[in-house]
Ligand binder design. Structure first.
Ligand SMILES: *Cc1c(COP(=O)(O)O)cnc(C)c1O
Length: 396
């Protein structure tokens, strides 16, 4: 899209922007300027395509889920298999793009924030591949909960820095990474993990993740000779969803549905669904739908899927919501858990608990549609990482 719809650089309608201190603005503008120069550079595009093909294994298949489709008895369901990427999710698409860009900026040190550890592992992977120094900020509490991911990052050569401020989770890790970036932007690149944050990050992450939607758009036309009726993706920060949606933005007949984590209920503190229950506010330097507590601060959130647990959401999704281009629904923990098991049994594919939210909505929608209609579900990641957690839940 997005140029025509923007009131101002970095905005999607009233959402997005750069609500940051001056030092950080200087660092962000430095990145924005370089990104504008490099994004259509042929050498850069070719280098990225090389690694996406040879290292990540793209294009990822668009797989017709025949058994699931028959079982549900409605619309045909196709799965975009981001779970088959190297490292097991869509996150590598973005991180590889940003790391290659950082290399061209002449920077040798990459920093990242991580909550559950998935973005940290993806960043550590790209840094090992490209021989760059990697520092990952992680809340001390998250480090305790995710010891195996801390080990993975260290195994990949990254340094994991424990953040001991505040609640010692993702929010504080973001603040620590931003502080480092403000101070060291001439020698350090900040690789942000989702389509959130101040401008230019939502644009950069959308562009690198758009490989998902571009491939899917071609693949579905090859397979069925036309565009799909529905796109479904889970929404945490919103990067896998915007990567699927954006290339279909102008295809007005294609409906888009983003699935937010409904957690254990609609009360504040029980979910992580800002597009469904939030209000526009500034969070982490950009304006988006945000879940606020009674005092107007970002509220506690909850989801069975660690990767969806964030009180804000990307500005472009906020704009899609406000303008009605996409619809956003909630899928709760129980429905996601059910979808996790159903996809495993019917297709032999164990989805990530995040992706199981998208599958969960497809299970509801498909039977209400005609058999000549088509749904593409973004399978953002594989579920091996969640098997132990689900085992515990099902056996308690
Ligand atoms: C991180 C993650 C998500 C959520 O992030 P988005 O930016 O909303 O895509 C979804 N699925 C998987 C498998 C993830 O690892």
């Amino acid at each position: 899209m997005s140029e025509a719809l923007r009131l101002q650089r970095g905005f999607f309608g009233e959402f997005g922007g750069q609500y940051v201190p001056d030092e950080l603005k200087t660092a962000l503008d430095h990145v924005a300027e370089f990104y504008e120069k490099i994004k259509d550079d042929q050498g850069f595009r070719e280098e990225l395509e090389y690694y996406l093909a040879e290292y990540v294994g793209r294009p990822s298949p668009l797989y017709y889920a025949e058994r699931l489709t028959k079982e549900l008895g409605g619309a045909g369901i196709f799965l975009k298999r981001e779970d088959l990427n190297h490292t097991g999710s869509h996150k590598i698409n973005n991180v590889l793009g940003q790391a290659l860009m950082a290399k061209r900026m002449g920077v040798k040190r990459i920093i990242a924030e991580t909550g559950a550890g998935q973005h940290g592992v993806a960043t550590a992977t790209a840094c090992a591949l490209l021989d760059m120094e990697c520092v990952v900020y992680m809340g001390a509490n998250d480090m305790l909960r995710q010891q195996l991911n801390v080990f993975r990052m260290e195994l990949l050569g990254a340094k994991v820095v424990s953040v001991n401020d505040g609640g010692r989770t993702l929010k504080e890790a973001v603040d620590a990474a931003l502080a480092d970036f403000s101070e060291n932007y001439k020698s350090t690149y900040y690789a942000l993990g989702s389509a959130v944050g101040p401008y230019p990050y939502p644009d950069i992450v959308r562009d690198f993740q758009s490989v998902i939607g571009k491939e899917a758009r071609e693949q579905i036309q090859t397979k069925i000779g036309r565009l799909p009726d529905y796109l479904i993706a889970c929404v945490g920060g919103g990067s896998n969803a915007i990567g699927l949606f954006a290339p279909f933005y102008n295809d007005r007949g294609v409906k888009m549905i983003g699935c937010e984590p409904g957690g254990t209920g609609p009360q504040t503190g029980q979910h992580a669904a800002p597009l469904s229950y939030g209000t526009p506010a500034v969070l982490h330097g950009f304006r988006c739908y945000t879940i606020l507590d009674d005092l107007g601060n970002p509220a506690q959130t909850k989801s069975i899927a660690a990767g969806l647990d964030y009180p804000g959401v990307g500005p472009e999704h906020s704009f899609y919501q406000a303008s009605g281009r996409a619809q956003y629904v909630t899928v709760n923990d129980e429905e996601a858990l059910n979808a996790f098991q159903i996809l495993s049994k019917t297709e032999g594919i164990i989805p990530a608990l995040e992706s199981a939210h998208a599958v969960g909505h497809a299970l509801k929608l498909a039977p209400t549609l005609d058999t000549d209609q088509t749904i593409i579900v973004n399978l953002s990641g594989r579920g091996d990482k969640d098997a132990a957690q689900v085992f515990k839940i099902l056996n308690q």
